[in-house]
Design a binder for this molecule. Sequence first.
Ligand SMILES: Nc1ncnc2c1ncn2[C@@H]1O[C@H](COP(=O)(O)OP(=O)(O)OP(=O)(O)O)[C@@H](O)[C@H]1O
Ligand SMILES: [Mg+2]
Length: 222
Amino acid sequence: MICLENTVKTYRTRKGDVKALNNVNLRIEKGEFIVISGPSGSGKTTLLMTIAAMLRPTSGIVSVEQNNLYAMSIRARAKFRAENIGFVFQMFHLVPYLNIVENVLLAGGTATDNNKNAKALELIEQFGLAGRNYHKPAELSAGEKQRTAIARALFNRPKIILADEPTGNLDADNATSVLGYLSEFHKAGGTLILATHGVEAERFADRTINLHNGKVANPDKS
Ligand SMILES: Nc1ncnc2c1ncn2[C@@H]1O[C@H](COP(=O)(O)OP(=O)(O)OP(=O)(O)O)[C@@H](O)[C@H]1O
Ligand SMILES: [Mg+2]
């Protein structure tokens, strides 16, 4: 369902070009839980952003469910992203001025559900945050922030969740609970791609893709 063909991403900077993805070929099937592993600077975030329809590669094709993402109009791509893809960032990326409920509702840009508020409250309760509905991110612990971010990523019932070091800023207990929520999404049939330089997520995953200097170090045999 996710397919990258000869994907290259070169960042052009004043100090010269950086090839962050160097001819990546990948196939990820619907419902797989993939860990993207690799040292700092190997291209994990770049790869996730490219799959998330947020970063156009320099060359190559990225398709999700037969949609060639970067051949679409900007508007069509944004709609596709909102309807199909949830993203969890390492640094949470919650809006500081909005409370938890409002942060979760932010994901609902294109949803037509007029029961959005109730849906957000239900999701927040499932994540054990009901007592914190109207608190702002600065008043939350790191684990609570990341649970809010996962609730937001799940709000539109995406088929795919991309998580960039989602446990990187959490202690062991919170990391385990965040991995638990994400693997529940996977068990319910979702496709989950998680980038990390740790190893703790790998025991839940179907497959690990190793990145080194923008290249897949263990390409599939197919
Ligand atoms: N906006 C940018 N402009 C220029 N170079 C960039 C930019 N973003 C990333 N890079 C470079 O591209 C390479 C891959 O970066 P990327 O952020 O994808 O790595 P990463 O595997 O996610 O690293 P980390 O584990 O530290 O998060 C690195 O060499 C980085 O310096
Ligand atoms: Mg990164």
